[in-house]
Design a protein around this ligand. Structure first.
Ligand code: NAD
Ligand code: UDP
Length: 330
């Protein structure tokens, strides 16, 4: 009788918000998962319920250092993602993006693993094309306070495209637009966790600028579904898709095309936390803050037969429930 061994996945940034959801999903899908993280912004709390699973193991490791192991699939998520965190440690952020990507691509090359990289809508910078399509090259400051993240991710994409062209590595990339949900750190600093925590604690809701800048918010489960579908696709199908759509490498936007002003987000948050005594206050807008952002997801729809299912209202409600519980447990 043939014994079928589970497929092996490596997840970097596994103790973070998205990494923890991905690990859970991979375990549900029958994988053996190695979770790698240096716990810079992530926390073991996010994965503590997974630690009892015999198909799950955690390794404390920094992706800027080489890592060895035999895997079928590598998911590269390691990198601080909140502007507050990456601006706190910009050099490490750039290293995590660029050296981390290089180390993971080398591992994929040596072991013939597939690799899926988490890029970002930030590669479009403060976009001059709206909504953003994958073939738009972006409008990015190379020396501003967001550059460590934006340019780090752009460089990582270039690395991935060249490892594919030069060495034949099987890469896939998602450009993630603002994604939220349970397991975000309450002090993460990103807008959704900030607004919910402020509302729950009756603190002022801090709108940067006039609050009229827009973002498109994707619930975490929708993103994880897109990532899994992308990883499952046969390489030939992806290569043909790239040729047909003039893509230099396999990359698709993943986000929810619903577009909201930050003020609308604050109002919706307060609507869902009716007991809150918080007021809206306006604070200076940080440098290089993009004014509009909304993904064109035509390519993801076609390639992955996917689209987000969870509207902002429902996703916010699940996220608020998570933060409420967290607060009660604190
Ligand atoms: P997060 O900060 O919660 O998770 C990042 C994880 O990477 C953390 O656990 C952190 O400790 C770990 N990490 C950071 N530097 C590391 C290093 N040098 N070595 C090993 N581990 C390291 O953020 P997230 O929202 O879960 O983001 C995950 C990935 O998705 C990131 O690469 C991010 O750029 C990308 N992304 C996220 C969003 C979003 O809206 N959540 C949007 C675009 C892109
Ligand atoms: N923002 C805000 N108040 C906050 C945190 C963020 O008004 O407390 C704004 C921020 O200036 C940006 C948007 O919300 O315009 C999204 O910010 P976030 O840090 O979540 O992610 P970004 O899309 O900027 O990377």
């Amino acid at each position: 009788m043939e014994i079928k061994l589970p497929r092996k996945a490596l997840v970097t940034g596994a103790a973070g918000f998205l990494g923890s959801h991905l690990c859970r999903r991979l375990l549900d899908d029958g994988y053996e998962v190695t979770a790698l993280d240096n716990l810079f912004t992530g926390t073991k709390k996010n994965i503590e319920t997974l630690l009892d699973n015999r198909r799950f193991s955690f390794v404390l490791h920094d992706v800027t250092q080489p890592f060895w192991g035999q895997f079928d699939e590598i998911y590269n998520l390691a990198c601080p993602a909140s502007p507050v965190h990456y601006q706190h440690n910009p050099v490490e952020t750039m290293k995590a993006s660029v050296l981390g990507m290089m180390n993971m691509l080398d591992l994929a090359l040596k072991t013939k693993a597939r690799i899926l990289h988490t890029s970002t809508s930030e590669v479009y910078g403060d976009p001059l094309v709206h909504p953003q399509v994958e073939t738009y090259w972006g409008n990015v400051n190379t020396i501003g306070i967001r550059s460590c993240y934006d340019e780090g991710k752009r460089c990582a994409e270039t690395f991935a495209a060249d490892y594919r062209r030069e060495y034949g590595v099987d890469v896939r990339m998602v450009r993630i637009f603002n994604t939220y949900g349970p397991n975000m750190h309450p002090k993460d600093g990103r807008v959704i966790s900030n607004f919910i925590m402020q509302a729950l604690q009756n603190e002022d809701i801090t709108l940067f600028g006039d609050g009229m800048q827009t973002r498109s918010f994707q619930y975490c489960d929708d993103l994880i579904e897109a990532m899994r579908r992308f990883m499952e696709l046969p390489r030939e199908k992806i290569d043909a898709f790239c040729s047909r759509h003039g893509l230099g490498a396999p990359v698709v936007n993943t986000g929810n095309p619903g577009e909201y002003t930050i003020k609308q987000l604050a109002e919706e948050t307060l609507l869902q936390i009716p007991e809150s005594k918080s007021r809206l206050v306006f604070r200076p807008i940080p440098a290089d803050d993009p004014k509009r952002r909304k993904p064109d997801i035509t390519l993801a729809r076609k390639l992955l037969d996917w689209e987000p299912k969870i509207p902002l209202r429902d996703g916010l409600s699940k996220t608020i429930a998570y933060f409420r519980e967290l607060q009660q447990g604190a």
